[in-house]
Design a protein around this ligand. Structure first.
Ligand SMILES: *Cc1c(COP(=O)(O)O)cnc(C)c1O
Length: 411
């Protein structure tokens, strides 16, 4: 870490230092019903010309979450999954704190290297990589990547022979995750030995094992099963006479809050049980949602209104083709509220909120209770950091990248 405090280190980090960071005192937020609204109001007060949807990104939240991770999972280095939210201030702050990175494409690797991160702090964690991206990884010295097919071994041998591999295992079933990844990725139990053999025959080093139990896993016992399966793969490699494996990558799936502490307890216990006799194994994780989800709050502006009897219909300037794509892609359940403080005795109306594009699918909530709002009012969406801006489109000329992200630091 650079600098004398986490705050300083983060404020001078590449990706952050050229951004205006608005300092915000949390006790000011106490005047508001909730801290997130307080942050948004502070941003608007400092930027009165802001008339379109915007984000407040609280760097302090990332710092807090980083230290919470280090406390709960002291032996596991977090390698932030860039796809979750590639905001440069996010990447720069995490790099300054000491995190590594999980990149899945050339562009993600470039973004992280541009911030001064060393290639060896990057894991190229996409089990199926386009050849030009793999050749780029070879060029810049990103030498650790995941695989779960024999074809990938042949490709790595061809395009990046010095690359070491992590065998991606399918996570156990029953994780009850928000987004299951096991339908697409991960070796099944009976594929482990053939995949190890394929690498052995090709002369490609298998440095270890990775898995991902699914994003937003609710049944935390899956971490235990996955760590047990990872140990079995370590033992299978040893039985084949392969060089000892040295990396265990426990993937992502974490949600901040009490669930995270429970997951950490399960993981620590399973690591002690299954890897206690291998103290030299480096354990890393690939959290995305954990760091990003709660650090970003969205304010969308009411740009239109229709009254139909008792029912109110509103149009806002972000929607399902923009950063609220998370409603479809990430099963985000929107519970927007007005930024304006509630007036005493205020009535609510059954309301529909539409996004700005001309597609009727672009509907954010229906049958939702909201107080009477006017054009120019703001709606607040909490926990909008994970799988939001990164997957938005330019559909109908509404560019997700136009949604400004204000970086704040609450203390
Ligand atoms: C998406 C992804 C992650 C991040 O997952 P979260 O659930 O956001 O923590 C980590 N690793 C890989 C390989 C992924 O595809």
């Amino acid at each position: 870490m650079v600098g004398s405090s986490p705050l300083q280190a983060v404020l001078v980090a590449p990706g952050v230092k050229d951004t205006k960071v608005l300092a915000f005192e949390r006790r000011d937020a106490l005047k508001d019903k909730d801290a997130a609204s307080g942050l948004l109001r502070a941003v608007l007060a400092a930027n009165p010309a802001q008339r379109t949807a915007f984000y407040a990104f609280d760097l302090a939240r990332v710092v807090d979450l980083y230290w919470a991770w280090r406390r709960a999972l002291a032996g596991v280095r977090p390698c932030y999954a860039v796809k979750c939210n590639p905001d440069p201030a996010m990447l720069g702050a995490l790099a300054a704190l000491g995190a590594g990175f999980d990149c899945a494409s050339r562009t993600e690797i470039e973004a992280v290297l541009a911030l001064g991160v060393r290639p060896r702090d990057i894991v190229y964690a996409n089990p199926c990589k386009p050849e030009p991206h793999l050749e780029y990884a070879a060029e810049v010295g990103v030498n650790l990547a995941t695989y779960d097919s024999e074809e990938e071994v042949a490709k790595v041998k061809r395009c990046h022979p010095n690359c070491e591999l992590l065998l991606r295992l399918k996570g156990p079933d029953g994780g009850d995750a928000r987004v299951d990844l096991g339908t697409k990725y991960g070796a099944h139990a009976d594929e482990v030995v053939p995949l190890l053999r394929a690498a052995q025959r090709a002369g490609v080093t298998v440095a270890g094992v990775s898995f991902h139990v699914g994003s937003g896993a609710n049944n935390l016992a899956v971490y235990r099963g996955a760590i047990e399966a990872a140990r079995a793969a370590f033992d299978a490699a040893a039985a084949l006479g392969m060089p000892p494996m040295r990396v265990l990558d426990i993937g992502g799936g974490f949600v901040s809050g009490p669930t995270f502490d429970e997951a950490a307890a399960v993981i620590n216990d399973a690591l002690a049980q299954h890897f206690g006799d291998l103290p030299c194994v480096e354990v890393i994780g690939e959290p995305g949602r954990y760091f990003a989800e709660t650090a970003f709050t969205l304010a969308a502006r009411v740009i239109g209104k229709r009254t139909r009897g008792e029912v109110r219909e509103y149009w806002i300037d972000d929607g399902l083709y923009g950063s609220l794509n998370c409603i479809i892609m990430d099963h985000y359940v929107p519970t927007p509220r007005p930024l304006a403080a509630p007036r005493p005795g205020e009535k609510t109306h059954t309301s529909t909120v539409f996004g700005p594009t001309c597609d009727s699918l672009d509907t954010v909530v229906t049958g939702y209770q909201l107080p009477e709002m006017s054009v120019g009012d703001w709606l607040v969406f909490d926990n909008m950091g994970a799988y939001t801006t990164g997957a938005g489109s330019n559909f109908n000329g509404f560019a997700t990248s136009d949604i400004k992200i204000y970086v704040v630091y609450s203390s």
